[in-house]
Design a binder for this molecule. Sequence first.
Ligand SMILES: [Zn+2]
Length: 171
Amino acid sequence: MEIKIQRSMRKTLALQVRNSQIIVKAPMFVTKKIILDFIDKHKSWIERKITNQQKSVIDIEKIDEYKKLAKKILPMRVEQLANRFWYNYKSIKINSAKTRWGSCTSQKNLNFTFRLVLTPPEIIDYVICHELAHLKEMNHSKAFRNEVEKMDKNYKKHDRWLKDNWDLYVF
Ligand SMILES: [Zn+2]
């Protein structure tokens, strides 16, 4: 596999995988041996990344369709869950974010990426519940996690799933 090393004034090593290419961001004076050991140590992570990127579920031609679907389905589901669990929110917006599934502002506005609509139903619900819980707790404290758990008993499993699979939903 092709390895690209980008040196800069940074202090730590970081890995990225894009188009089956490994990109290592490295401090100026780190030796090649340290970089190769670092790659070796993260071998299974790299392999999983490559497989996920190759299986991406996003078909670029269909982005408009996904967005339309997301605008129809997500607000409906948010309303259902907010009613069921007694939450009040102001508005909901669908965006194209790649690095976050959803967010919640202090003005009680909820945002979700259209990509969410392509994940399994229990994951959609989990992300919605996570953002609803932020309406009460604007952090990831114990109180916040309790709030999420009231709505989704399997929230830890779903959170894990998102961390393992998010790269299937970017392109
Ligand atoms: Zn959060």
